[in-house]
Structures are given as C-alpha cells and as structure tokens.
Design a protein around this ligand. Sequence first.
Ligand code: SF4
Length: 348
Amino acid sequence: MLGKKIIRWYSQAKRDLPWRRTGDPYLIWLSEVILQQTRVSQGLPYYERFVSEFPTVTDLAAAEEVRVLRLWQGLGYYSRARNMHAAAGMVMREFGGAFPRTYRDLIGLKGVGPYTAAAIASISSGERVPVVDGNVYRVLSRMFEIDLPINASGAYTRFSEVAAELMGELSPGEFNQAMMELGATVCHPKNPDCGHCPVAEECGAFKNKSQAKYPVKDKKVKTRERFIHYLVFRAGNKLWVRQRGVQDIWAGLYDFYPVEKENAEFLVDDEIENLFSEKLPKIVAIRESREFLHVLSHQRIRARFWEIELEKPVFITNEGDFMEVAGLDKLPKPKLVVNYLSAYFPDE
Ligand code: SF4
C-alpha cells in the first residue's frame, strides 16, 4: 500500500526537528506559522527564539506586539506575526489559555487556514484530516499526474480527497508529516530525487518522465511594480521614524517618510516643498542612496532613500518623531529599511 510505504520511508529518513519531538499544539502551531513560505534552515533559529522567549501561549499573548514583530524581523510577511499574536489573545479569551487541538476550533483562530488547522489537529490529537500544502500538492500531482491547476478553485478539495484516500486508516499525524517531508526532501520542485523515492515504482510522472509538468499552475497572477522614495530626515544622530498603521503589509513596523510613485523618477526638492509648504526647514545636505529591491509574491518594491540632513529637528508629521539611530535597532522594521540602515549607518 502506497501510504504505508511513505510512512515507512519517513520513519527512517525524517529530519530530526524540534517540533517533531512534541505533541504540544502550541509549539506545533508556532512551527507551522514560522515555516509558511520559509525554508526550515531559515525558520529553525526563529522557532528556537520564539520558544525560549514565549514558552507558552500565555507568554505570547501577554507580550507587546512590537516585541513579537521585532523577533519576527527578517522572516517577512509580517501579517503572519500579527495574526499569531492576535490568535494567542483569542486562545486566552475563548479557550482559557488551553491551545485547541481540533480542526473546528483551530480554523477559527486568526491566521489559521485549512492547511495549518489540519497539520496541528492531525499531529497533536490524531484527527483524521489530510494536510495539503505546497509539498503535498507537488507529490500528489506527480504521483497521479493530476492536471487540475493547484491554484484553480476546487483544487484544495480535490487534492484533500486524494490525500484522504491515500491516508486510509493510517496514523493521520505520521502520514501528513511523511507526505510533507517527501515533498520537501525528495520530490523537489526542480530535479526531484526519484532514485531515492519510496513510491517511484508507482509514480505516474516518474514512469512517463513528466515530473517537470507537475504541479500544473494557472499563470494569471500579475506582479505589481511599486516605487517607494523614502525621505530620511536626519538631525545629528537622530532620524525621523514613524510606525505604519493598519491595512498594510508592514502594519506595525517602523520606517521613514514614504512617497510612493508610479515610476523611478523623483524630484526630492519638490517633495520637501510640498511637505512643508512655505515653512522650509534649513537643509544642510541631501544624499541619495542606491536602489534597494524587495520581492514579494505579487509585488516588486523598488526603494530609494533620500537622507535629508537638517540643522535641527523640525516637526514633520504627528505620525512620527526623531529617534537616536542606535535606538532603532530595537524596533521592528521592514527588510528594506534594515538593509538601508546597515548599508548607510553601519556603526550605529
Ligand atoms: Fe516525486 Fe519522483 Fe517520487 Fe514521483 S518518483 S513522487 S516525481 S520524487
């Protein structure tokens, strides 16, 4: 039986990872949230830091959001961290601090989708729900040569059914983890290692040499190009920073005064004039940075930073204030801002 073969392979080949040594749904959830869109090698130190800083959901719920975002810095997709913090609060209010273990309760938590709920429920309580993540889509679509695009509507349901059939009466937690591990370590997106695959004999794509065709994806999603010009006001060793508001990919993070444009062209003097109208502050110098690029799944953000040296701090807007450069290290910031500061203010 195919599912049994995969579990047998998993019991010998699985990587020894800290979240695999626990049945605690809180710790499994932490690992799942951190590992979404993140490689294990990158996510592992973050997982260890979060566990040591917030060993229980009570500790996480009690933390300031800014502390959670700062620990998250570098992982990107900050909505995951904000949702995680909000979900910890929900666990305290709605479940008295006992982290839920059933799919039904888990799916109600902020930021928890069908995939994460299925992973936590099956691993922590053995609930019979199949997990379908990017790895599982790839393995199943290749094994059974499924032509349905994985981003088509109905794909999740269809692949869940295939996975459930393959799981049969096997242990749900073991089976789900085995499928994800097979996709992550053997059935790679490029150059799958079919020579070491436990199901090569039964795999349709291997038999027909069609591995590169699967999984099928609809290419409808367009990438949007954004141009952000940051005005970095500096007075002595202080920079003007502000915390971004809600409804934003970087909500809660700190950055400078942003001006978004349709293209890379930018006249910094005009922007300064617009911002201050007649009461222009005394400007000592203006320095333009190189371009910084940040690529997200549907956006390419090109940013340039204009350091505007002032004689003394002035009122910019009431959204932010001047802070010592050295103090910025403690604040959560978008990757672009971190990269700019380490390139242009390396010693502070
Ligand atoms: Fe993937 Fe190759 Fe295994 Fe098929 S045989 S599941 S393509 S690794």
